[in-house]
Design a protein. Structure first.
Length: 341
C-alpha cells in the first residue's frame, strides 16, 4: 500500500512546525478517533500526533485547520491557552477532548544579513523580510535547561512552564466544564513533558483516558513515574536525541510503554540497537560535523547559491538524531503505519 503521507525533503524549512501544507486529521470518517480506547490504538496515535504538531501554530493557523476538520466532524471545536511561553490547545467534540501542549519552538526571524546589506528600505523595515533565520525560542530553552529535580521529583523547568499563569488552572477549569467526556493528553518534545505532568495531575482528580507522547525527554524520577497514568504510550522516532535526555542520572526515568519507530517506518515495542550515552552523544556530534562539512563544501563551490539556500532554510539535514526529532517525521511515519495495517 502506498504511503498516506509523503515525508518531506529533510531541509530546515521543511522540518519546522506547524507545517503549512500538511493535512491535519485527514479522512476522519475512514480513520475515526476512538475516545474509549483502552488498548493501544495506532489511529489514535495519528490524531494525537497531529494535535501535538498543530499546537505549534498561532491562533489563526490552529482555528483554520480545525475549521477544515469541522467540514467532516461538525462537533469539533478548539480552545487555546497561553502563558508567558507555554501554549496548549483543547480539541474537543461531543465525544472526547484532546489536550495538546506545544514543544520547544524553532522561530523564523527576519534575516539580519539582508538588512545589513541594505537590501530593504527604511520604510520597509516592519514588513516580513524575504530572507529568514532559524532560532530556538529562548524562553523554551530556559525551561528545557532547568533540569534539576524538584522536591516533587519533577524537572524544575518543565513544572514551572506548566504552572505559568493562564495555562494549567484555566485548562483544568475548561476540562471540568466538559462533563464526562474522555480526556486524552499529548505533546511533542517539551510539550510531551508538559503533557506528562498535566496528565499525572489531572488523573489524580479524574481518571484520564490516555497519554501519548512523541519525542519526550525524561520528566522526573521513579517516584513521579509511578504517579503517571498506566495508559501512557511514549513514541520515539529512530535515533531522536531529545528522547535520550536528561540522561538517567540523578534519578531521571522514562514513563509509559515504548513504541519505537524504526528507520524503515515499522513501529516496534522496543528500541532496537540502543547504545550507550557516550556513543549516542558521539553519533550526534558526528551528524552535526557532517552537516557543517557539507555546508562548507557547498559554500566553497557556490557561495552565492549557498547563502541563498541558508536564507530560505533550504539546507538539507543528514538523516540524524536531530532530524528524527522533527514532529513532521513522527506524524508521517505514524500515519503511514496506519495505512499499512
Amino acid at each position: 500500500m502506498a504511503d498516506r503521507k509523503q515525508i518531506p525533503r529533510q531541509t530546515i524549512g521543511n522540518l519546522i512546525p506547524p507545517m503549512d501544507d500538511y493535512v491535519y486529521f485527514e479522512s476522519p470518517a475512514q480513520f475515526p478517533f476512538d475516545p474509549a480506547a483502552r488498548e493501544f490504538s495506532l489511529v489514535n496515535a495519528g490524531w494525537l500526533m497531529d494535535s501535538a504538531m498543530l499546537v505549534y501554530g498561532d491562533e489563526a493557523f490552529i482555528h483554520g485547520r480545525v475549521t477544515r476538520l469541522k467540514a467532516e466532524l461538525p462537533a469539533a471545536d478548539v480552545n487555546i491557552f497561553k502563558g508567558t511561553s507555554t501554549q496548549a490547545l483543547v480539541l474537543q467534540t461531543d465525544q472526547f477532548a484532546i489536550v495538546a501542549f506545544r514543544g520547544t519552538r524553532v522561530e523564523v526571524i527576519p534575516d539580519f544579513i539582508a538588512r545589513m546589506q541594505g537590501s530593504r528600505s527604511v520604510d520597509d523595515v516592519e514588513r516580513p523580510a524575504s530572507g529568514k533565520m532559524p532560532l530556538l525560542n529562548w524562553r523554551d530553552v530556559v525551561s528545557d535547561a532547568k533540569f534539576v529535580l524538584g522536591g516533587d521529583g519533577i524537572h524544575t523547568g518543565f513544572r514551572q512552564a506548566l504552572d505559568q499563569a493562564g495555562v494549567w488552572d484555566t485548562i483544568t477549569a475548561h476540562l471540568q466544564s466538559l462533563a464526562d467526556r474522555p480526556v486524552w493528553f499529548t505533546g511533542h518534545s517539551l510539550g510531551a513533558a508538559l503533557a506528562t505532568i498535566a496528565a499525572s495531575r489531572y488523573n489524580a482528580v479524574q481518571p484520564i483516558q490516555g497519554l501519548y507522547t512523541f519525542g519526550s525527554p525524561r520528566v522526573g524520577n521513579g517516584e513521579f513515574a509511578g504517579a503517571v497514568p498506566q495508559n501512557t504510550v511514549r513514541f520515539v522516532n529512530n535515533q531522536d536525541m531529545v528522547a535520550r535526555v536528561p540522561p538517567p542520572i540523578g534519578g531521571y526515568k522514562h514513563v509509559g510503554t515504548l513504541k519505537f519507530i524504526q528507520p524503515d517506518g515499522v513501529i516496534a515495542d522496543d528500541a532496537r540497537g540502543r547504545d550507550a550515552l557516550t556513543r549516542r552523544i558521539g553519533k550526534s556530534l558526528t551528524s552535526l560535523n557532517q552537516l557543517v562539512a557539507k555546508g562548507l563544501r557547498a559554500g566553497v563551490a557556490d557561495p552565492r547559491g549557498f547563502v541563498s539556500r541558508v536564507r530560505n532554510l533550504d539546507v538539507e539535514l543528514p538523516e540524524s538524531r536531530w532530524s528524527d526529532h522533527a514532529p513532521i517525521n513522527y506524524a508521517c511515519r505514524i500515519w503511514n503505519a496506519v495505512g499499512g495495517n
